[in-house]
Design a protein around this ligand. Structure first.
Ligand code: GLA
Length: 410
């Protein structure tokens, strides 16, 4: 049975509906007006706990936000695929069955990777015209790539009638990012986006990929994202280096913890007793991972007990560890986090995503007063630029939105 979530324009925020209207008009300008246009939304995510744990087999606690990727799509009679974006000038055109076997370095790789994977699952496929867009900052650590992959999988699933389970769309998204685009990413992002549920965050155990949805009361707290504006060209290489360092730390410690199958399994006592066998850098990497596993379990207990202050405290401790042990912070992120946690409405704050720039996520009480001004002006005094500080709600997850503009018939 098909597992496609849908909503109507009436159930969506006025802001999202207005944005969809603009995108539908842009679609018509680019590809021509006419019936059969369908609209999909795929959110971005913040990771609240479990930083750099997914590729170490640990638990993570991501949550989707009400900003994301819009996918406006219409099927074609022939096998042509045309992909465009409101966010980048490059376009893609190809034919199903002849899609390129290798990534080109362009944004469209994410969607082409998904299309290649899904076109193997069906026969007699018709092409499509797609316009991507939305309101998710790109490269800011909010998982724009998983958002576009899951959004593409959802739209293509709906158009081709593939009847995929959400988990199958997640796997296709992961396959596209890893196998086609070639990023050594962990599993967290497509799971976070693809399995999102309203009013919940995702508890994902990356060792066995089991997951559950844990309630978080967004009427009590809100998610604030402050963007440093720093985008590091070398972030991908630095991320891959962390993956390699963590692997090496695991391989060195594993003989002392024979049951361990990943760094997550190595007990802190083993690190304390045998950390001397690691270089200083690797000892720091292992310490972050092993202590972050413990912190993430504690954060889970705090959340389940309704102790949001305890949950937030673990977030802030995670940032300190990311700064001091995992070395993925930058002064701009530290400044945002310090300014945030000094504010009375803030429960906790840390960098989100891989780090090396991008955004800090702040868990704040709903009654947040002058938080935006406090964080932005502290940052501006120090770095001379004003960061964007935005307040997000949760989101209900990837879905088709019906009743938009001329696409209203769907
Ligand atoms: C990036 C990766 C994720 C995860 C985070 C760090 O966002 O894509 O898989 O490793 O970094 O927690």
């Amino acid at each position: 049975m098909s597992d496609l979530a849908t909503s109507t324009a009436a159930e969506e925020s006025a802001e999202l509906v207005a944005l969809l209207d603009v995108h539908v008009r842009r679609f018509e300008e680019q590809f021509g007006a006419g019936p059969g246009i369908r609209c999909f939304f795929s959110p971005g995510r913040v990771n609240l706990m479990g930083a750099h744990l997914d590729y170490n087999g640990g638990p993570v606690m991501p949550m989707v936000i009400d900003r994301g990727t819009l996918v406006i799509v219409r099927g074609r009679e022939d096998a042509t695929v045309r992909l465009r974006s409101t966010l980048a000038p490059e376009t893609f055109e190809g034919r199903l069955g002849e899609l390129p076997p290798e990534a080109s370095g362009c944004w469209s790789d994410y969607s082409v990777g998904v299309l290649r994977a899904l076109s193997r699952q069906a026969s007699d496929l018709r092409g499509l015209d797609v316009l991507f867009g939305g309101n998710l900052p790109i490269g800011a650590g909010l998982s724009s790539s998983a958002s576009i992959c899951v959004g593409t999988a959802l739209a293509v699933d709906a158009l081709w009638g593939l009847d995929l389970e959400p988990l199958e769309r997640v796997r296709v998204a992961l396959q596209a990012e890893r196998g086609f685009v070639g990023v050594h990413c962990g599993i967290m992002d497509p799971y976070a986006v693809g399995l999102a549920r309203p009013g919940h965050l995702l508890w994902l155990d990356c060792k066995d990929q089991s997951f559950e949805h844990l309630p978080i009361d967004t009427s009590e707290v809100c998610i604030v994202v402050a963007d440093t504006g720093v985008r590091r060209q070398l972030a991908k290489g630095a991320f891959n280096r962390r993956v390699a360092e963590a692997r090496l730390a695991y391989e060195t410690l594993q003989p002392h913890a024979p049951e361990a199958t990943c760094l997550r399994d190595v007990p802190l006592e083993v690190l304390e007793a045998h950390g001397g066998e690691l270089t200083g850098t690797l000892e720091h990497r292992a310490r972050h991972v092993i202590e972050e596993v413990r912190r993430t379990f504690e954060a889970r207990e705090a959340l389940l007990a309704g102790d949001l202050a305890g949950f937030g405290a673990r977030m802030s401790q995670a940032h300190t560890s990311l700064r001091d042990h995992y070395d993925v912070s930058v002064p701009e992120l530290d400044c945002l986090v310090e300014a945030a946690v000094a504010h009375p409405a803030v429960l906790g704050s840390r960098l989100t995503g891989a780090g090396f720039g991008g955004c800090a996520v702040i868990l704040a009480k709903r009654d947040y007063g002058d938080l935006e001004e406090a964080v932005a002006s502290t940052f501006e005094d120090r770095f001379g630029t004003r960061p964007t500080v935005e307040f997000f709600g949760g989101d209900r997850g990837p879905r088709e939105i019906r009743g938009i503009g001329a696409a209203g018939g769907q």
